[in-house]
Design a protein around this ligand. Sequence first.
Ligand code: A3P
Length: 315
Amino acid sequence: MSSGQTDETFVMDLDDTRNSKGHGFHCYKHDGVYLFVLPPEMLKGARPVDRINSIKEAELKDDDIIICAYPKCGTHWLWEVIEMLVSGTLQHQKDVKETRMMEFLAKDGIEAMPQPRVFNTHLPLRMLPKQVVEKKIKCIQIMRNPKDACVSFFNHLRDTNPPYNYEGDFVEFTEAFLSEKIPFGSYSTYLQSWKDEVAAAQGLPTLDMYYEDMKSDPVASVKEVARFLGLASTDKFCEDVADACSFKKMKKVDQEMKGGFPVKMWADGKGGTFYRKGEIGDWKNWFTVAQSERFDVTWNKKMKESGVKFTYTPV
Ligand code: A3P
């Protein structure tokens, strides 16, 4: 994989995630997890590891909210829902949710953000500000069945601008997805770490959400979030929020009014988007039966005892 970077320090920070065909990710390894090496304009001259470490020292406000999720599990959707609930309006955000992403912002960016703040992150709890635990900041974890998350992640990285794109095929990607050698590590390890670290934090207010539940009953999910956040949102308002955040409406808003991503995200001519299909069960169009069975065996080996149960087919 070519680094695509001109600055020697960033080239030296890359860790090797390549498979036997030479396909991998633009990552370095930190605290056991592969993380993207951010582009120079986001690193602002800092080493990736220093910038990520700075997050732990960030000062938080008591009413901050953090969406925690593995990539492609519905962060954009939940972020828009929470922004509407918190603001009490049906206005879609003009900014993209990446402008509130902790790993992009680092300490200085987090602290500079005006209130009320709804952050999001793919990092494990141990890499977040220490004050998340100290101040008992409300965290919402949104999960999605791993096969659809894998398909969504593959499409995302295939369409991304170099050096962040993945050049291998779906079979290769699935192997990477089940290993640790993928950005943000394997999904099973991410979920296990989340569970262990939340348990160790004692008393951290967390809510577990599922993408599939949001799909099958969006209004109930919006109400659940409002309740967790202690908001007095009416039933009618929750219904309106669910409707304003439907896949179709959010895709339209993204095309028509969203401000730019902090860096150029999608490769020219590939049609990359955060609003691809928005369905449960698209994995069936990508996995062969044999591949799906192999995926289940590997996934279940690690996750059987976890208590996390996913829905793989629309009900
Ligand atoms: P697909 O690639 O399967 O379509 P994230 O926001 O975590 O990056 O997740 C992106 C996934 O959520 C994409 O999945 C995207 O289409 C889906 N998504 C985004 N907004 C959605 C919405 N309002 N309803 C349903 N799915 C949505």
